[in-house]
Ligand binder design. Structure first.
Ligand SMILES: [Ca+2]
Length: 226
């Protein structure tokens, strides 16, 4: 009986040893032992990763700042553009889609009137349609106390008799409602003796051909898109 027990214990110890050996092999196979520098390498890797992330964040921040600067510039431009649309410089007044200034204290010949307006950053006024002309008449009539006043505007036929053009180069409109009458004759009627366009007060400020050397008041204009 004692012999059988001894044999059993020998067999059990051998099996135990074999099993322990097998577990160690499995552990080594799937979980190789750490290199002595492994911990340091992992730390270096984590630090490198953090450095890359910080660099990416910094680049993203720089891009965002650039975009914000561009948006700010666009908004500034829009504010400036809007300001130009809603306000006119100096004595100029916003009338319709333009800035007008009737120099009530100035009486000069037509060419001098142009120079006067150009010195203010504009030119003698032009109006291309009846709506713009109506706005001009409303402004002029509200500005002058004396109905006999005559006002220079930016039209002439001094290059070619009868070829009335604005100083901006376009053909002037003809007939009603722009041009007035003088002694029941439709303007322009004075031929080569009168080559400059004026708003004739006694005729409700409708256009007459005036003698360019006459001294009238300049109606100056500055356009928004200049
Ligand atoms: Ca003429």
């Amino acid at each position: 009986m004692r012999l059988i027990v001894s044999v059993f214990w020998i067999v059990a110890e051998t099996a135990w040893a074999l099993e322990e050996n097998s577990v160690d092999n499995l552990y080594d196979e799937h979980f190789p032992s750490l290199h002595p520098n492994c911990t340091q390498s992992l730390t270096d890797l984590l630090l490198l990763r953090q450095e890359v992330l910080l660099k990416e964040l910094k680049e993203a921040e720089q891009v965002s700042a650039g975009i914000l600067r561009e948006i700010a510039d666009i908004l500034t431009d829009n504010v400036s553009f809007t300001s130009r649309e809603v306000s006119c410089p100096g004595n100029f007044k916003k009338i319709g889609n333009t800035c007008l200034y009737l120099a009530k204290e100035t009486d000069v010949a037509w060419e001098a009137a142009r120079v006067f307006c150009q010195d203010l950053g504009g030119d003698l006024a032009v109006f291309r349609d009846a709506s713009a002309f109506a706005e001009v008449l409303k402004y002029v009539k509200s500005s002058v106390a004396v109905k006999a006043t005559t006002v220079w505007v930016g039209g002439s036929d001094h290059i070619e008799e009868g070829g009335w053009r604005w100083v901006s180069g376009e053909d002037m409109p003809r007939g009603t409602p722009f041009w007035g009458d003088y002694n029941y004759v439709r303007e322009p009627a004075q031929g080569t003796g009168a080559n400059c366009a004026a708003l004739h007060g006694p005729d409700g400020f409708l256009i007459h051909d005036g003698v360019c050397q006459n001294k009238y008041k300049p109606l100056c204009q500055i356009n928004f898109n200049k």
